[in-house]
Design a protein around this ligand. Structure first.
Ligand SMILES: NC(=O)c1ccc[n+]([C@@H]2O[C@H](COP(=O)([O-])OP(=O)(O)OC[C@H]3O[C@@H](n4cnc5c(N)ncnc54)[C@H](O)[C@@H]3O)[C@@H](O)[C@H]2O)c1
Length: 319
């Protein structure tokens, strides 16, 4: 079997490192002993202030799909590993699909090319459950045929293929991760759309009732950001090359149950406000997480209660 990869002492490139998950990943990489962390970020959604102070980090402001390729090559020169998280996300894809394709497809190809030329030994790409494309049915499993139904999902599936293509061309290791609904502190950087968790916790902090659309039975797979980052580091460190792993809790939580737990965690005495049913009515989006457990020994460790408490504390501090 191939040797495991070592973050300790390495130079890593993290695209999207000023964003929500990326900024937590940067802290985790520093804690694992990364010597130098180069963050490539357009700063459209993330911000350098999200990065913990005192880490060995350089931020390169670069808009993937639009920026100067020579700048990318310079940023990636001599790097050992690439974690590619930068992306225009699902909600943006409704507003500006052309930008999403350019950033997530052309930008991904440009970054992967620069990282390979720069000498990286492994590529890690963060894809999304939106690559599956379905809203209901049994837990989504890596072996099923993906059928993305959004421009964002299409761009993410394309990113997976590009990652494998570049890795094979350059004979290096690679791994693709499909994150489910990641939540936690710094989840909402100030632009774009708020998740149901942030919206509901903000309402609770303001003494208002959270809103539940429709019957509240629509269910999602929530994973705490610390767990998603642990899975990401393990996937990079593993000697296993080539693979696709769901990163989720494997648990379907209905919006009704989620909101009830948020109310309990907040300690507020409020009810729930009924909102109209929306496109999520009847949906269930949960990941099968057996493959990542079997191959990487990973299981999400943070309970929803612990994770929501940490998210609430962060919102209280930033309010
Ligand atoms: N948060 C989730 O629940 C979730 C679920 C599935 C997949 N993902 C994926 O995880 C990754 C990180 O997501 P996040 O939630 O931290 O998002 P985020 O928006 O907080 O972070 C993304 C970062 O990428 C940067 N960025 C966006 N477009 C860029 C471009 N063209 N060039 C350079 N930088 C750019 C943004 O400025 C931001 O700092 C994304 O690839 C996303 O598709 C996230």
């Amino acid at each position: 079997m191939a040797e495991p990869h070592r973050i300790e002492g390495s130079t890593v490139v993290v695209s999207g490192g000023c964003g929500f998950i990326g900024s937590h990943l940067v802290s985790a990489l520093a804690a694992r002993g990364a010597r130098r962390i180069v963050v490539i970020d357009s700063l459209r959604y993330g911000k350098p202030e999200n990065l913990e102070a005192g880490l060995p980090v350089e931020v390169v402001k670069h808009d993937l799909g639009f920026g100067d390729l020579a700048e990318l090559e310079r940023a990636c020169a001599g790097a050992d590993y690439l974690f590619h998280l930068a992306a225009e996300k699902h909600n943006q894809s409704k507003d500006d699909p052309t930008r999403v394709l350019r950033a997530n497809v052309e930008g991904t190809a440009a970054l992967l090319g620069a990282a390979c030329h720069g000498g990286v030994k492994k590529l890690l790409f963060t894809s999304s459950l939106y690559a599956y494309g379905r809203l209901s049915g049994p837990p989504m499993v890596e072996t099923e045929h993906p059928h993305p139904s959004t421009v964002y999902g299409i761009s993410k599936l394309t990113g997976e293929h590009l990652t494998e293509f570049f890795a094979r061309q350059h004979r290096i290791d690679w791994v693709n991760l499909r994150y489910f609904f990641v939540y936690g502190p710094r989840q909402f950087a100030g632009t774009g759309y708020k998740s149901v968790i942030v919206k509901s916790l903000e309402r609770l902090l303001a003494g208002q009732s959270p809103i539940v659309n429709g019957d509240g039975q629509q269910a999602l797979d929530y994973i705490y950001v610390g767990d998603a980052v642990e899975a990401t580091c393990r996937a990079l460190e593993s000697p296993i090359s080539g693979g696709l792993y769901n990163v989720g809790s494997g648990v379907a939580t209905s919006v009704r149950d989620l909101v009830a737990l948020m109310i309990r965690v907040s300690g507020k005495v409020v009810g729930v406000e009924a909102g109209p049913a929306d496109f999520t009515a009847g949906s269930c989006r949960v990941g099968n997480v057996e493959e990542i457990h079997a191959r990487l020994g990973f299981r999400a460790a943070t309970s929803l209660e612990q994770g929501l408490t940490a998210t609430l504390r962060w919102l209280e501090q930033t309010a």
